[in-house]
Structure formats: C-alpha cells, structure tokens
Design a protein around this ligand. Structure first.
Ligand SMILES: Nc1ncnc2c1ncn2[C@@H]1O[C@H](COP(=O)(O)OP(=O)(O)OP(=O)(O)O)[C@@H](O)[C@H]1O
Length: 235
C-alpha cells in the first residue's frame, strides 16, 4: 500500500505558547483505518486539523497525496480539501437546510447538475438509513441521525480520506457502534479513515484498525493491535 500521508518532524505552535505538537514523524497507508487516541488536550484535534489542511504546521514536512502540503499554493487548497471528508463531534450541519440539502451541498458547490446530484444524495440517504428523513431539518433529528447526515455529507464526494474528530462523542453507545460500522464499511471500499477518540470501547470495534497514541503533543510507542508502528511505516 502506498502512503497517503507522510509527516516528518512536524511541530505545531499556537502563537508564542510552547509547541502543542512536537516531532511527529509517521506515515498513513492508503486504504488503512487509524484511531488517534490520547487524553483531553493531548493534541488530537490539532493533529487532525493538520491532516485536513485547516492548519499549517510551524515546522516540518507534510506530504499529502504525494505532494508537499505545506508549500501548496493557496489556489490548490480547495482541490486538495475536496479529496478529504471531515466529520466533527458536533455535526456542523447547516440548520436552515434539510437533511437532503445538507448532503447535497458539497456536490452543489462543486457544480454538479441537479439530475446527477439527486441520485447520489438518495443513495447516501439510504446508505446511512435515513431515506425517510430527507426533508427534516437538523433541529428535528436526533444526535445520531444528525451525525449520519454529517457522515453522508462528508463522503458524498467520494473522498480518498475521511477524517473524523470524536464523531461518537454526542451519541449513545449503540449509535456509536452503528457509526463505526459506517466508517468501517467505507474503509472496506478503499477510503483511508482516521478517527480521533478517547472512547477506548470503540477501538475493539474495528479489528484491523491501527492505533496512534498522542501524549502531550508527541506520538508515543503504540500498543494494542497496531500492525506496523506509524513512525516506521513506509520508510
Ligand atoms: N486555536 C488554538 N489556539 C491556541 N491554543 C490551542 C488552539 N487549539 C488548541 N489549542 C491548545 O492545544 C492543546 C491541544 O488541543 P487539542 O484540541 O488539539 O487537543 P485534543 O487532544 O483534541 O483535546 P480534546 O480531546 O479535549 O478535544 C490544548 O492545550 C489547547 O488548549
């Protein structure tokens, strides 16, 4: 498997504070499933923001899809971001749009015509089990339903990588299992999946997943079911 992401000695500092992330060197393999774990404040969200290009590092090299993501010209950022789906703990659906319109949004922004868009949106609604809620607005949906709409929106563009930041933090354990199942099935179709969580119960749900543990902004030696230490992968 080729590497989809490569970090070399990456550091991130907010303002003049000490580094939030330090000396991150690892590779993510295309098509693999990763959990990013660590206590609150360890730096999981910061790492994910680097991954989905919401944040530039203060130092080091990040290669994404085989290209240098740090020096990428601004004009190429939207094209890169379209190749990455993002799911947040708090869903971030647009409240004035229906479930259908939220899922359709990335395709509309990418200029797809309404005919081809409709089939894709209905397919995604069926995939997340919410065909009957197409016209509902987010406020009338449960947390688990909102998160499934958010996942459908994140993947309708068929991104090569899906990045999810505590996606099960606001749903009950049963729904968390169901969401994990969606991520797993997406991964089996070839999408690289990266899920940050401090819910250790989830880790056993994806037997093939690999773990990256962050402590105080550094990757520590992974344990558990990691098949290849990320720091050595692809070297
Ligand atoms: N935009 C920012 N400006 C300044 N400091 C920040 C910013 N974002 C995060 N930090 C700091 O960086 C550190 C790591 O935060 P981060 O959100 O990455 O951790 P986390 O592991 O995701 O935590 P949690 O599980 O609580 O979400 C924290 O000390 C936080 O206060």
């Amino acid at each position: 498997m080729a590497n989809i992401v490569q970090f070399e000695n990456v550091g991130l500092r907010y303002g003049s504070s000490p580094e939030t992330l330090s000396d991150l060197s690892f590779a993510l393999r295309a098509g693999a499933f990763y959990f990013v774990t660590g206590t609150s404040g360890a730096g999981k969200t910061s790492l994910l923001r680097l991954l989905y290009l919401a944040q530039r590092p203060s130092r080091g090299v990040i290669r994404l899809f085989g290209e240098d993501a740090v020096t990428l010209p601004r004009g190429r950022l939207p094209g890169f971001r379209r190749r990455i789906g993002v799911v947040f703990q708090d869903f971030r659906l647009l409240p004035h749009l229906t479930a259908y319109e939220n899922i359709a949004l990335p395709l509309r922004l990418a200029g797809h015509d309404e005919g081809e868009l409709d089939e894709a949106v209905r397919e995604m609604l069926a995939w997340v089990g919410l065909s009957n809620r197409a016209d509902a607005r987010p406020a009338t949906l449960s947390g688990g339903e909102q998160q499934r709409i958010a996942i459908a929106r994140a993947v309708i563009n068929r991104p090569e990588m899906l990045v999810a930041d505590e996606p099960t933090g606001n749903v009950d354990p049963e729904m968390a299992d169901r969401l994990l199942h969606l991520f797993d099935s997406l991964n089996k179709l070839g999408t690289t999946v990266v899920v940050a969580t401090h819910d250790l119960h989830l880790l056993g749900r994806v037997p093939d997943a690999q773990m990256m543990r962050i402590e105080k902004g550094r990757l520590i030696d992974p344990t558990g079911n990691l098949r290849h230490p990320p720091a050595e992968a692809g070297r």
